[in-house]
Design a protein around this ligand. Structure first.
Ligand SMILES: [Zn+2]
Length: 250
């Protein structure tokens, strides 16, 4: 379905919720597609928590993982602060060789049960970014595990060792939202928080430098995607997401 302009029409994301948990494979993932949206939500008084499955320690060619881990965790914490997120968790699983499976689901389900979010945000976990640009293995593993772990979290017979001491099953996640997906049909207006999103990406200084992309400009990079999603929503800038309904009977 297309508008006359040629931009696919996008539906607005729901905003009738209070708690979101963002779970992604690497520090910097959220900043490439969701940070401006997060800034909007925290500005509305919603509570957003970040969870990094790895610390991105294998992400800088010229830096030893031992050193890199601390640098990237610090950059992520600062990056989160700039969009109003004051809690960032690191699960410490291995960067670059993340495996989809029960251990990953278990680790993520525990986080979902502790934070009891209504919305869970993750990154694109489809095979490509659209066209022939293949996605990265950790992103695919993490996103698939997020969707499954959201279900696991609600089942008291799955990972029962996590329950007790005030931790209960949590089946209250209504939707999982994946940013950067080629199948995104929803979006949120980020016109007023776009600058915060840019600052949030720029906070990954060592990482961006380490990529060695000549003349990389965070603003310019993010603007292209934001403008395109904005056209679909009828606003200047927006962030697009693929929505996976998780609730029962909605
Ligand atoms: Zn990544």
């Amino acid at each position: 379905m297309s508008e006359a302009s040629g931009a696919p029409r996008l539906e607005p994301l729901r905003e009738d919720w209070e708690r979101a948990l963002c779970v992604v494979a690497h520090p910097d993932d959220l900043e490439f597609g969701a940070a401006a949206a997060v800034a909007r939500w925290t500005g509305q008084g919603k509570r957003v928590v970040y969870c990094m499955v790895t610390s991105g320690e294998a992400g800088i060619d010229g830096m030893d993982p031992g050193e890199c881990r601390a640098v990237r965790e610090a950059e992520q914490v600062e990056s989160a602060r700039l969009v109003g997120v004051h809690q960032v968790e690191f699960l410490g699983l291995p960067d670059g060789i993340l495996e989809y499976g029960v251990p990953l689901r278990r680790a993520i389900a525990a986080v979902v049960r502790r934070h009891r979010p209504e919305i869970v945000v993750t990154g694109n976990f489809r095979e490509t970014w659209g066209g022939r640009n293949l996605n990265q293995a950790d992103h695919v593993a993490a996103g698939r595990a997020v969707v499954d772990a959201v279900r696991d979290a609600g089942n008291r017979w799955v990972f029962p060792e996590q329950l007790g001491d005030g931790v209960e099953p949590w089946g209250g996640v209504r939707e999982v939202w994946a940013f950067g997906s080629p199948e995104g049909q929803h979006a949120v207006d980020t016109t007023d928080t776009f600058d915060a999103g840019v600052a949030s990406l720029e906070a990954h200084r060592a990482y961006i430098e380490g990529l060695g992309w000549e003349h990389f400009d965070a603003r310019e990079f993010l603007e292209g995607f934001a403008r395109q999603a904005g056209q679909g929503l009828g606003v200047a800038f927006a962030a697009a997401f693929e929505v996976f309904p998780m609730g029962w009977g909605e």
